[in-house]
Every structure is written in C-alpha cells, then in structure tokens.
Design a binder for this molecule. Structure first.
Ligand SMILES: *Cc1c(COP(=O)(O)O)cnc(C)c1O
Length: 805
C-alpha cells in the first residue's frame, strides 16, 4: 500500500463510519477510523496464521498470565506491519498528524507493573520470532486505578478503559466455554465400575473470549491474545433475578487487583484465577481435539506456560478434564500435565507467595480440591522413601491448612525458571533449595528482556534514525548488531549527534512537565529517573534521602559547581499499602519545598508524574540520563525498566541486584555506577544480626542531618508521615538497609556529577550502554524459552544467536 492508496482508504473508511467529512472528525474518531482500517489490513494474515498452525499441526505455546500491560497498540501494529512511514506521511498530506491521532487511543492498564509488561513484551517477541504462541488472560472491565495527587496524597480513580470501545478486540461468543464454581461433587461408579464425578448445584459462569491480534514484526505472522470476560450463560438469566446476583457474575472480571508483589487472599481473586485458567485450558483442549491426535501427543503439540503462580490451577484443571471428561487414567493425565506445563517464578518476597486456605478451595472448587489432595498424597508417598520425611514434608503442597501454589506449580510442571541469574541462584540455593535437591533438572534461568520495537523504535525515533544512519538497520531484526556501535565510541560526530537526540527527548518531556504540572525544568540538567511501583524494597526513600542531602549541601554551598539535576519519579502504590503511600506524600512535599526555593538556583528540581504507566514510560525513558535501580540486593527478581533505560542511553546507577548484575557484566564497570552491599553481604548482615541503624543515625553526621529533616519541621506538611518514616529507619531498624548503603550511594552520585560535566565522556558512556543493550532484547529471551522449555522451533529466518558477556 502506498501513501495515495492509504489516503483514499482512510477518507472512505471515515465517511463509512461517521457519515461526514474526516476534516471535521475528533481525535477519537480519527483514531478509531485508523484502527479499524489497520485491523482490516491484518485480518487476512491473522486468519491465515491460525489456519496454518492447524494445518501443520504446529506446536503452540499458551502463555497464561493474570496481567498483560501492552500499552497503546496503534504504532506498534503500524511498525510491525511496515506501515509506520506510509501512514504517517499519508495523514500529514491529509492535514492530520499521527502523533495527535495516536492520543485517541486508551492505554489498557491490565497489569500492575513488571510482570504484566513482561507478558506484553513476550507476546510481541513470540510473534516477531515467528513462533506459534498465544496469550491467555482476563479482560478486566476496569484497568489499574488512575492515580491523582491531591495535597500530595495518592488518590485512586476508576480506569474505565473500555468507555469508548476497543478497536483491536474481537468478541468471539461462539467460542465461549462454561466455568463451574461451588456446589458439591459425588464420585459415582459408571457401568464399567469407573468412578465418575457428578456435579451438583454448581454456579455456572459463561467465559466469553475477546481476541486481540499480536502482529509479528515484518514476518506475516499474527498470533492471538485471548482475554476472557465473565457473563451469565444464555438461558440461565432466571437464576440471577436480582442485581446483586447478577453483580456476582460481572464482578469476576470487573477489577484488576492493584497489588504488586503482594499476596491477595480474597475469594474473588481465587475466582478470577480459576476462571481464566479453566477457560483457557478448555479452549485449548477443544482445539487439540480438532487435530484428531492421540492424547499421548498432547505435550508435543501444546505447551502451557504459567506467568507466576496465579494460573497454577491450570495443573489440576488439565488433570480434571483429561480424567473426568476424556477418560484418561491418573497416570496418563499426570504424565501429560507435567510435560505440558512450565512455570516462571517472579519473586522471593515471602509476602508475595500465594497460599490459599484449604477451606476456600474446597468450597469454591470441590473437584479441583480433590485432585490437589491426591497430587499431594502421591507426591508425599513417592518422595519419602527417596528424601526422608523432613525434606519431603517441607515440599508438601498442603501444609497447615494452606495450599502452597508455588509447590503445586513446581511439582505439576517440568520446568521452573527464575528471571535473572542472581534470582535463579537464590531460588536454587535458598528459597526453593529443597525442591532443587529433588528436581535439579527442572530449574533453569531465563533472564527477562524487553522488546526493542516499543522501547526504542517507537518511543525513540530520534535514536532509531541515528542508529540506522551510523550502523545500518540490521539491529532491528538482530538486536545484538547494536554492538557495532562500539566502533563509534570515540567518534566525536556520532557522540555529538547522540547528545542532540537526548536533548530533544529531554525537551519533549520538559514540555510535558511544563504543560501538565506547571514546573519548569532545564533540559540541559541531568535527568535522574526512578520509575517503577512504589515498594519499600525498591527503596525510593533512599533516593529521597539523597535529594535531601544534596539540597542541604547546596543551601550551605550556594556557589557549588555541581551540575543541575532533575529527579524524576513515576510510581503507583497499592491502595492498601500505607507505608508506600506515605513515601509518595513525602516525595511530593519534598518536591514542593525544593521546586519553590529560589535560593538554590534551580540546581535541583523534583518531578513526580501522576499516573505512571506504559505511555508515560515511553515519554520518560528516552529522556533519561540516569537510571536508578537501587533495590536492596537480593530483592528485585529481574527488573526490566533497567533494560529499557539502558537501551535508550541512560547510565545505570545501581545495586548489584536482579538483571542489573548482567547489565553490569555486559556493559563493563566503567560504564555503570555500582554502589551498596552485594547479595552475599546482605546475607551476612542478616545472619550476624549486628545491624543497628540507630548507631548509624547517631554516628554518621550526614545521615543524622538528613533524617532529622524528616522530623524537625524542615519539610512542610510532613508532621504525621515524617515521624513514621523516621521510625521505620531508626526505631524499627531499617529493614531494607538504606542507611547501610547511604554513603556509597552518595559517592556514586558524585561520580556521576563529575562525569556529566565532561560531555564527550558522558556521551561515550551512553553510547556504550546502547551498544550493549542487544542481549536484553526479549527476542533472545523468547528464543531461549522456545528452545529450552517449550521445545519449539521458530521460523527459519528467525534464528537468533546470543553473545557471551
Ligand atoms: C517496565 C515497566 C515496569 C517495570 O519496572 P521495574 O523498574 O522493572 O519494576 C513497570 N511499569 C511499567 C509501566 C513499565 O513499562
């Protein structure tokens, strides 16, 4: 399609849809027109892809995830279809602007943070690698809450993202399945003496799929993301005579739980988990039967991957269907299930590990409960002779009246992976050591990755153009080609152009900050960015302590020559996470104080953007100079904002945690600012029990001064929270060791200040980060999943090779 054809089709489509001239259309209408037009264009390939998979009986992977955080899809689809320039030019000739039209799309916030974003990057990479893989999740009516600040406090508003419809989805009512809850089960013998479960008084919910195309990059592949919505089954409306009864059904897919890295033990959450797990497994089984193969081939044709433990009920559900509905024996069903399912662990935080009370599962899912009990019984029976009672009971699925979902996921699958080398090591040597002794071959590492299409090509067109010009375009399909850039590390011209690209991105963000927040920031200042969920372990508070330290230094040394800094935060706190909300309030009050202090010559500004999400990430990341990855070592499983920022030429200032360890190994110590304790040092400090934060407070003058600011009235409007935060650090012994890492954190920032003043030195470091970001492309991550876990082959042209650090 050329520009003229596009223009013609666009104008025609608009008139068909709205019956007036496109020039009078609103942004929203222009976006919808473009969306439907593009959907028309990939529809044939979508159908073709799915027909081909069925004809070839290709192996397919189904990625089960409670969350998908895709961001807006217009530009992503255009890029992958190879139409970005055509459409951009065509719209321009029509007097429209693609960037403006793109603002007509809502950003579907169907995830909390890293876990949901990973699922979305994986969908893009699976399709772009030419693999047959699909997503399976929930179509939440409301996405993650919209965040507002009122008097510096976080307020949560509903996110009605479907208000104006969703162009990309297709409702497939004819593919609906029924999910049963509650009631009770009896096991009755049939004529052959085989026990068959009979369900009585169940509540039946209709699961209706909404499909969204996942367009591969320039390869003609279009996979599927299937999100399920809960409805009352046809003909059963009379069973739900009141609003209350009808609400019980609707509720199942109404809200995304807004907790990140925190276990939510409520019944509705359990319903959600079973709802999408069961619906997904049922639709896969129905599909498999179309291939007309023996059940024993199931694991050769189907892989089911569970993103964390939220979809673990896939395991007993698959067992249930194979036995109860398809008549397989326990042994046959168990072999198939284990070979089909694989599991990714995302956290070692105790408070995030899922465990459901036995009573809740027994009541809500009586048949599933029976199956879990039997899996557990057989596990114990089989392992005691091999490993003894102590170890075996520590791996039990049912313990103290609770069902341990991670244990079920490990026992019922053939693979468990961590998401960065350090994280996997901690799983094997500490958290899941008992399981590692039992199943050493199930454990493996798959370091996370990010799609360079969204995080470089779409969000940073300036850098993309520079790269294309300097190293050619190969990196777009083979991100490791970015290493070619290293040859230009001392090329003054390239470094200068890189500087210009960054400056332009910073100006663009500064404009947003001016217009939306009324804060003026200098684009030549260091943009120091920390964007991620607000959590104590991520230590946004350590960042604040540095800001306060710097602020008091400048007050005392008004003629200092340190470079200007803009501290940029983006973070939502779980609505029930009191401490995290106090930190938000603190950051906002510190921002107010500093931004309005004329005596510091704008040497510091603090910007806390409201409602951080994928769209804001796309604006902030290309503008970042420093990437703050400052979690306590051992706590962050991987992190992915670290990768996005690196790929955009930000320098990482970090602890040796998560995938940042691997970033350090690839980029080299001269191009990253590492500080703080290592995981081993943290372990030692934990074991010795010799940490006394009060001692540091009393003996370290710098720490003393900064902490006193929290309680002596220095920061307006923080009377209530200042004391609580102070107490967490001094009275309650600073659980995340902020004070222990404080000095080395400050030192790392000093090194960055010095380096930034030498522009060419800094730009070289930025260049080296971009050049070493290739290995963190999700295309490689997915290649390793496919090769080592799913046992799938990508299309021939998509074989990717990974260099060593
Ligand atoms: C990448 C991303 C995250 C993950 O950030 P981390 O710093 O790795 O925790 C969270 N939210 C959004 C919107 C993202 O794009």
């Amino acid at each position: 399609m050329d520009v003229n054809q596009f223009k013609e089709r666009y104008v025609k489509k608009f008139e068909e849809m709205y019956a007036f001239d496109y020039k009078e259309g609103s942004i929203r209408e222009q976006f919808l027109t473009l969306g439907y037009l593009i959907k028309n264009m990939y529809a044939p390939e979508w159908r073709q892809t799915s027909d081909t998979y069925l004809e070839n009986k290709s192996k397919q992977v189904f990625y089960f995830s409670m969350e998908f955080l895709p961001g807006t899809m217009l530009k992503s689809n255009l890029l992958n279809l190879g139409l970005l320039d055509t459409v951009s030019d065509g719209l321009k000739e029509l007097g429209l602007n693609l960037d403006e039209v793109a603002t007509g799309e809502m950003d579907p916030a169907l995830g909390n943070g890293g876990l949901g974003r990973l699922a979305a990057c994986f969908m893009d990479s699976i399709a772009s690698n030419g693999l047959a893989g699909h997503g399976n999740g929930i179509r939440y009516q409301y996405g993650l809450f919209k965040q507002k600040f009122i008097d510096g406090n976080q307020i949560e508003l509903p996110e009605n993202w479907l208000r104006n419809g969703n162009v990309w989805e297709v409702r497939r009512e004819n593919k609906a399945v029924t999910v049963r809850f509650g009631g009770h089960v009896t096991l009755d013998e049939d004529e052959n003496g085989v026990k068959r479960p009979e369900y009585h008084n169940t509540m039946n919910i209709l699961a209706v799929p909404y499909d969204t195309a996942q367009v591969g990059y320039d390869n003609g592949v279009v996979n599927n993301l299937r999100l399920w919505s809960a409805e009352i089954p046809y003909g059963e409306e009379y069973l739900y005579p009141t609003d209350e009864a009808r609400d019980q059904v609707k509720q199942i897919t109404e809200y995304l739980y807004p907790d990140d890295s925190n276990y939510e033990g409520r019944m509705l959450r359990l319903k959600q988990e079973y709802f999408f797990s069961s619906a997904g497994v049922q639709s896969i089984i129905r599909y498999y039967k179309k291939m007309d193969l023996d059940w024993s081939f199931f694991p050769d044709k189907i892989a089911m991957h569970i993103n964390d433990t939220h979809p673990t009920l896939v395991i007993p559900e698959l067992m249930r269907i194979l036995m109860d509905e398809e008549g397989l024996s326990w042994e046959q069903a168990w072999e198939i299930t284990k070979k089909t399912v694989s599991y990714t662990n995302h956290t070692i935080l105790q408070e995030a590990l899922e465990r459901w009370p036995v009573d809740m599962i027994a009541q809500l899912l009586p048949r599933i409960y029976q199956i879990i009990v039997e899996i557990n019984r057989r596990h114990i029976e089989k392992k005691i002779p091999l490993y003894g009672e102590d170890l075996t009971y520590r791996t039990a699925i049912i313990d103290h009246g609770q069902i341990q979902m991670a244990n079920l996921a490990i026992i019922g699958s053939h693979s468990i992976n961590g998401v960065a080398k350090l994280h996997t090591d901690i799983l094997m040597n500490q958290t899941l050591h008992d399981f590692y002794l039992m199943y050493p071959n199930k454990f493996n590492n798959k370091t996370n990755g990010v799609t360079m299409r969204r995080w470089v090509q779409i969000s940073n067109p300036g850098l993309t153009a520079l790269l294309d010009d300097v190293i050619g375009t190969k990196w777009k399909k083979a991100p490791n080609e970015l290493v070619v850039l290293k040859a230009f590390a001392n090329d003054k011209d390239v470094l200068k152009r890189l500087d210009e690209v960054k400056l332009n991105n910073k100006k663009k963000f500064a404009k947003y900050v001016q217009e939306e927040m009324g804060i003026t920031i200098d684009p030549t200042a260091i943009f120091d960015v920390q964007i991620k969920r607000l959590h104590a372990y991520k230590r946004q508070l350590l960042n604040v302590l540095h800001i306060l330290d710097r602020y008091s230094f400048i007050k005392e040394n008004p003629n200092t020559d340190i470079p200007k800094r803009v501290f940029i935060f983006g973070a939502k706190a779980a609505p029930s996470y009191h401490y995290a909300k106090q930190i938000i309030k603190l950051i906002n009050e510190v921002a107010n104080m500093i931004n309005n202090d004329d005596s510091i010559n704008d040497l510091i500004k603090v910007v806390f953007v409201e409602n951080y999400g994928v769209s804001l990430a796309e604006l902030i990341i290309p503008a970042a100079d420093i990437s703050e990855q400052i979690s306590l070592a051992g706590k962050e499983a991987s992190g992915t904002s670290n990768m996005k920022l690196m790929a955009n030429g930000a320098l990482t200032l970090a602890t040796m945690d998560g995938a940042t360890v691997e970033i350090h190994d690839y980029v080299g110590k001269d191009y990253i600012y590492i500080f703080g304790m290592t995981n081993d040092e943290v372990q030692t400090l934990n074991e010795n029990r010799t940490y006394h934060s009060r001692h540091l407070y009393e003996t370290n003058p710098r720490i003393n001064k900064v902490l006193n600011m929290l309680v002596d009235g220095s920061i307006p409007n923080t009377e209530e929270i200042g004391q609580d935060i102070f107490d967490s650090l001094v009275k309650y012994n600073d659980e995340y060791y902020l004070l222990q890492d404080f000095d080395s954190y400050i030192e790392a920032h000093k090194r960055a200040d010095t380096d930034f003043k030498d522009r060419m030195k800094w730009n070289k470091k930025a260049l080296m980060n971009i050049a070493n970001a290739g290995p963190f492309s999700a295309d490689y991550t997915i290649h390793r999943y496919a090769d080592e876990i799913w046992k799938m082959k990508p299309g021939e042209e998509n074989i990717l090779l990974q260099p060593e650090a």
